[in-house]
Design a protein around this ligand. Structure first.
Ligand code: HEC
Ligand code: HEC
Length: 271
């Protein structure tokens, strides 16, 4: 992690001859820049932000929401259960504007404090946790259907192709971080059942597709023409399961990825 790297760098000048010092300061400055850049453009909040959030939460929120964030009926901040909020911006507005006709007062915080308390909530109140940025679901839906090209492979609420997994309930099935990982790093996120398969049958037909189900005797797949096929294993002469995901990491910006993750989290079954 970056903070660790910074620490070992900051210690070095003490052990190094004076002539090298300018160089070291330069590397230090460059490192600082990339740390800042990471904070701005990254997909998640830093651990410093989460730590700051713990402090703010304890002072400003715990009195009403409790140490675990679940003392107000219908709200569980640690688990991400809110009444109206979805995105990080919604959370910002609630804190700075108040909620429930003033029963939650508007709270004045500095920018770092505000980002911190959101980071702390998104990290599930775990100071060493990961706090994924969650953007606006409506913008995310537009990106999903347009620029992100997700809808060209994925089906949602009965619309779209069947070659890739149906995402109609994905928000109820996966965590924000696994959704984000699927977009940024498909090979790492690839689930065993989702690995593409290539099958050669006894009558020399090659079937390429995605498994829906498999047992000892048979395998059901959606082939590349979106046909549902059920094959008996006794009819299969070659059965290859690929490790390579059938998609590339997304080229969307980190803000856009946050929006798409926000949208995916709203997909909780047929609507
Ligand atoms: C004086 C008590 C009080 C304090 C302090 C307080 N809240 Fe609240 N909070 C409430 C009440 C009451 C509600 C609304 C419950 C409802 O809608 O019935 C609420 C609702 C919320 C919601 C859900 C809103 C929605 O519509 O989805 C969030 C998120 C939230 N608070 C976060 C915070 C954070 C973060 C802090 C600290 C910066 C904080 N609250 C401080 C009382 C408080
Ligand atoms: C070229 C086709 C293609 C495109 C474009 C594509 N995906 Fe996928 N996606 C797949 C396939 C195939 C899988 C299953 C294999 C895997 O996980 O890599 C998958 C898996 C997923 C999963 C995980 C499903 C699970 O069961 O956990 C999510 C979430 C997802 N995609 C979302 C998206 C989003 C959002 C976009 C747009 C930014 C997108 N995909 C673009 C083909 C695609």
């Amino acid at each position: 992690m970056f903070p660790m790297q910074m620490n070992s760098k900051t210690k070095m000048p003490g052990r190094t001859p004076g002539a090298l010092l300018p160089f070291l300061l330069l590397t230090l400055a460059l490192n600082l820049n990339s740390t800042l850049a990471q904070e701005d453009g990254d997909h998640q909040y830093t651990s410093e932000a989460i730590a700051e959030g713990l402090r703010v939460y304890t002072q400003q929120c715990a009195l009403c929401h409790g140490p675990q964030g679940d003392t107000i009926d219908g709200i569980d901040l640690r688990r991400g259960v809110f009444r109206t909020a979805t995105s990080d911006d919604d959370l910002r507005e609630i804190v700075t504007g108040g909620a429930a006709e003033g029963r939650m007062p508007a709270i004045v915080l500095r920018d770092e404090e505000l980002s911190g308390v959101i980071a702390y909530i998104r990290a599930g109140f775990d100071p060493s946790g990961i706090a994924i940025k969650i953007g606006d679901p409506e913008r995310g839906k537009v990106l999903f259907e347009g620029k992100g090209e997700c809808a060209s492979c994925h089906r949602v609420n009965g619309i779209g192709p069947r070659t890739a997994p149906d995402l109609t309930s994905i928000g109820a099935q996966r965590t924000p971080s696994s959704l984000q990982m699927n977009l940024l790093d498909p090979p790492t996120a690839l689930l065993p059942i989702n690995r593409p398969v290539r099958i050669v049958t006894r009558n020399e037909e090659t079937v390429v597709g995605r498994r829906l189900n498999e047992d000892t005797y048979s395998v059901q797949i959606i082939d590349s023409q979106e046909r549902l096929r059920s094959l008996l294993k006794t009819d299969i002469v070659r059965y290859e399961i690929s490790d390579a995901p059938s998609k590339q990491p997304t080229t969307l910006t980190s803000e856009e990825v946050a929006d798409v993750v926000g949208y995916l989290l709203t997909l909780r079954g047929l609507q």
